[in-house]
Design a protein around this ligand. Structure first.
Ligand code: HEM
Length: 471
């Protein structure tokens, strides 16, 4: 056991002796320890990994239908759905192109790859790390930190600056409301919900409606301020952001009049909400899973740190250096394979169509469960339940997966995530800076309880024992 792992065990013991472990945590530990005992058994048998065993059966009831086949239809009242894990059909879906007149409302923002964006990310990450340094300094160089909240604020700060031209502190009311909405929505059964139940005035629905109204008001206020700012800024000084493309799109579609209930305003609210949520929750959750996996696999943590030290030489990372971090990138890819934050790629057939040799009626919702595709032992080389970043080293997905289109953390086809490049840079920045500053181990208070809250996140948070390194 390494020194920092010993410290993790000791700190846990001390806190338990002092009665500091919350009761709710203890209750979860009971459930979690059963899961861990099971994964320990598997690990002893050499067939699985302590924190990587397949959590899907407990998380998604749909998984129970696995025995039925890799393509199966079901229906919940008025909604027709098709659940797809068959690799050939996933490929057909990825290759499918929209009809000529189907709208494509968001392109990929190319400016996201610029040097300035990385500089901005380094600034936001340094603020987070300074607060952790402060905590460890106060406790003699080593302390326990639950990292999730700070990672969420960091990712929110990056999105605020990169896409909306503001800081997290200016937009934090929107982020807080979106987080509350996410938790309220997670209480509903998204897949097997009773048809029409979301229109009933239950407490949960009333909370959702009130949060949606508040988010709409806050986003339109923010959009109005941005329009005023743009109107007052000379053309040659303008630095156009994603929010400006959304505003322009809405203006082109119709005149923005004082009543804020027109489709143009809906367009602004829906797209901004999409970016606010999709742009920070996914990245923050991935960063939390990455740290959990690196903390529980110290050998990969050391390899990634050695690479960061060799490439960055103690200097802040820039675009060129980040591109050279191949081990760090493999760790992120492997994390996204085991814990893709977005659980499904979904499509709705807008007309009767044919995928491969299968007829898909208009109105069918097609669901591809990403994590199942990522654990399909028929297509992945080696044990897909093991954390093994080595399978991605050299960036060759084809060597890791016999059917590379089954590696889909960012979705597929013409609707692939537009924030992929931003997210990958952001994750590399945060890992590079953190690995340089701290050595870390998983606190024994960690409870392995993946939870589905629109994204799949560590349900009980990730407590780490951080030890400041002498650099
Ligand atoms: C690790 C981080 C991220 C992951 C794993 C992720 C994953 C995904 C996935 C699976 C989809 C659905 C794609 C499909 O249907 O084929 C998606 C869509 C989307 N993502 Fe991301 N995403 C991440 C970060 C981001 C960031 C940073 C942004 C914003 C800058 C973003 C913005 C979006 C948007 C706007 C969509 C909807 C695209 C559309 O419907 O056409 N995402 N993302």
């Amino acid at each position: 056991m390494s020194t920092i792992q010993q410290q993790a065990a000791e700190s846990d013991q001390e806190q338990e002796e002092a009665g500091q472990v919350a009761e709710s945590n203890q209750e979860h530990k009971a459930g979690g320890s059963e899961q861990l005992a099971e994964s320990d058994k598997k690990q002893e048998a050499g067939c699985s990994d302590r924190f990587c065993s397949n959590y899907l059966e407990t998380l998604f009831p749909l998984n129970k239908f696995n025995g039925i086949g890799s393509i199966y239809p079901y229906s919940t009242g008025s909604m027709k759905a098709l659940f797809v894990t068959d690799p050939n059909m996933v490929k057909d879906l990825a290759m499918y192109r929209p009809a000529k007149d189907e709208p494509s409302y968001l392109g990929k923002p190319r400016y996201l790859q610029e040097e300035g964006m990385v500089y901005l990310m380094v600034g936001s990450a340094n603020e987070m790390l300074a607060s952790w340094e402060n905590i460890t300094d106060k406790q003699g160089g080593s302390a326990e930190v639950v990292v999730d909240e700070s990672l969420r604020n960091f990712a929110a700060d990056v999105i605020s600056k990169a896409c909306f031209g503001s800081s997290y502190s200016e937009l934090n009311e929107i982020f807080n409301n979106i987080r509350q909405l996410q938790i309220a929505l997670a209480e509903q059964t998204m897949i097997f919900g009773v048809p029409g139940s979301r229109y009933l005035p239950t407490n949960n629905n009333i909370e959702i409606w009130s949060l949606e109204a508040s988010i709409r008001r806050l986003i339109l206020d923010m959009a109005n301020k941005r329009r005023e700012h743009n109107a007052a800024t000379p053309e040659d000084e303008k630095h156009l952001l994603l929010v400006d493309s959304i505003l322009k799109g809405a203006e082109q579609a119709g005149s923005l009049i004082s009543s804020s209930t027109t489709p143009e305003y809906d367009f602004i609210v829906d797209n901004c909400k999409n970016i606010f949520f999709a742009g920070h929750e996914t990245t923050a959750t991935t960063a939390a899973w990455c740290l959990m996996l690196l903390a529980s696999h110290p050998e990969w943590q050391s390899r990634a740190r050695a690479e960061v030290q060799e490439v960055c030489q103690g200097k802040p990372p820039d675009v060129d250096k980040l591109k050279k971090l191949s081990t760090v990138t493999s760790v992120i890819q492997e994390t996204l394979r085991l814990y893709p934050p977005t659980p499904f790629v979904t499509r709705e057939a807008l007309a009767d169509l044919k995928l491969g040799d299968r007829d898909i009626p208009r109105g069918t919702n097609i669901w591809v469960p990403i994590a199942l595709a990522h654990r399909n032992s028929a297509v992945w080389v080696g044990d897909p339940d093991m954390f093994d970043p080595g399978r991605f080293v050299g960036g060759k997905i084809a060597a890791a997966c016999k059917q590379p289109h089954m590696n889909i953390p960012f979705g597929m086809g013409h609707r692939t995530c537009p924030g992929q490049s931003l997210a990958m840079f952001e994750l590399r920045v945060v890992l590079a800076l953190l690995l340089h500053k701290f050595e870390f181990a998983l606190s024994r208070k960690y409870v392995h309880a993946p939870a589905f809250r629109i994204s799949v996140e560590p349900g009980e948070g990730v407590p780490l024992i951080l030890k400041k390194l002498d650099n």
